[in-house]
Structures are given as structure tokens and as C-alpha cells.
Design a protein. Structure first.
Length: 215
């Protein structure tokens, strides 16, 4: 859900974690722009709640996918092979995200930016690959309303793609925001974004296996 990740975390943090003395903050900074810094654990709590909500959403879809007794017109399709290449691309992006964080922790900002930009590019490449998979499905005459099986394919890939776009927005946010007067640090923001990104990678592997083995 592009454009909503940061907002949801901010709301959860602002309303659930106030009044902590500055000495207990873990972001390594003091007063930032006249406001107290937000502790790292608040962001961890926020991202945990967000990922829990996303997990419940996809588990509900997966449960519906397995209830096939009510689908008399269910018919399986061969998945586009590009989905496997897309999976490798997404897994590689998780590796580059961690390499970027490692460079940032060492104070090597230029190397961090390079790896972070590579991760963003791989994410965009994955989205482009998913669109190609849709195009291949349509070329084969398989559309959203062809039957329940195809409907679930489009639903799963579209829902995951929207959440991944939200992750790309977060990657860009970490890369381009000015952190001088922020209420947190870039390493903490990179860590929270990486958690979200790795979650989406694992979620996609689960969905691909579900679509492949559950046909």
C-alpha cells in the first residue's frame, strides 16, 4: 500500500509511545529540532503491528484460496516462468539491502547509497517483471474473470505488488530525506525499512509456493 507505511508507523508511534525521558532513547541523538527523538523500540513495535495486519490479510486470502469446494469452475494454469526469475531478483534485493545497512553502520555513506539504490532498482525490476507475467497471462487468454484460479493469481500478485510499491517508497524516503533535524536517525529508518522489505520477500516466496503447489 504505497505511501501508507510511514504514516501508519508514525500514528502508532505518536499515540502509543510518549513521555520517555531523552536518556532512554537509542537513536544516539539528543534534541532534534526542538522535539524529543523517537526511541528505536517504538518503531519496532509499529512495524511489528503493521506486519501483523498484513499477515492476517494475506492469510485470509490464502484460506479462501484453499476453499475450493465452492468453485465448480476451478481450472489450473501453468504459471509464467518469469515469476521464478522475479523471485531471484527480489531475494537478491534483500541481500543488497543488508549490504547497504552494513556499509551505513561503518560510516561508508557513499557505499550505502550505491547498495541502497541497487536495492531500489531491483525492486522496480521485480514490479516490471510482475507486469510482464500479467501480460503473458493475458496473451494466453487468461484474465481476472476467466475462472476462480486466475482471479486468485491476479489478486495475490496485485496485493503483494502494491505493498512492495510501498516498500519502494520507503527505500526512496530513507535515501533522500534530510536527517539533520529528524526525530530518528538514518540507520534506524534503514533498519525498519529493511524489516518491511525482507518480510515482503518472504511473503512473495510463500505466495509463489502457494500458487505453484496449490493448483
Amino acid at each position: 500500500m504505497p505511501g501508507t507505511v510511514a504514516e501508519e508507523l508514525e500514528l502508532q508511534i505518536e499515540h502509543g509511545h510518549g513521555g520517555v525521558p531523552p536518556s532512554r532513547y537509542l537513536d544516539g541523538g539528543g534534541d532534534r529540532g526542538g522535539s524529543r527523538p523517537i526511541p528505536r523500540r517504538a518503531y519496532i513495535t509499529g512495524i511489528t503491528m503493521l506486519l501483523g495486519a498484513i499477515t492476517m490479510f494475506f492469510m485470509a486470502l490464502a484460506s479462501a484460496y484453499f476453499v475450493r469446494g465452492g468453485y465448480d469452475d476451478w481450472r489450473s494454469f501453468s504459471l509464467p516462468r518469469i515469476l521464478w526469475a522475479n523471485t531471484l531478483i527480489l531475494l537478491l534485493s534483500s541481500v543488497t539491502v543488508e549490504m547497504a545497512r552494513k556499509q551505513l553502520s561503518r560510516g561508508m555513506v557513499a557505499a550505502f547509497r550505491n547498495y541502497w539504490a541497487l536495492s531500489t532498482g531491483l525492486g522496480l525490476l521485480f514490479v516490471g517483471g510482475q507486469l510482464i507475467a500479467w501480460r503473458q497471462f493475458r496473451a494466453a487468454g487468461v484474465f481476472v474473470n476467466t475462472n476462480p484460479s486466475s482471479s486468485f493469481f491476479y489478486l495475490f500478485t496485485a496485493a503483494h505488488g502494491l505493498h512492495l510499491l510501498g516498500g519502494i517508497v520507503a527505500l526512496l524516503y530513507v535515501a533522500f530525506r534530510s536527517w539533520n533535524r529528524a526525530r530518528t536517525t538514518q540507520p534506524i529508518a534503514a533498519e525498519i525499512t529493511a524489516i518491511y522489505w525482507h518480510f515482503l520477500d518472504g511473503l512473495w516466496v510463500f505466495l509463489l509456493l502457494l500458487l505453484s503447489l496449490g493448483r
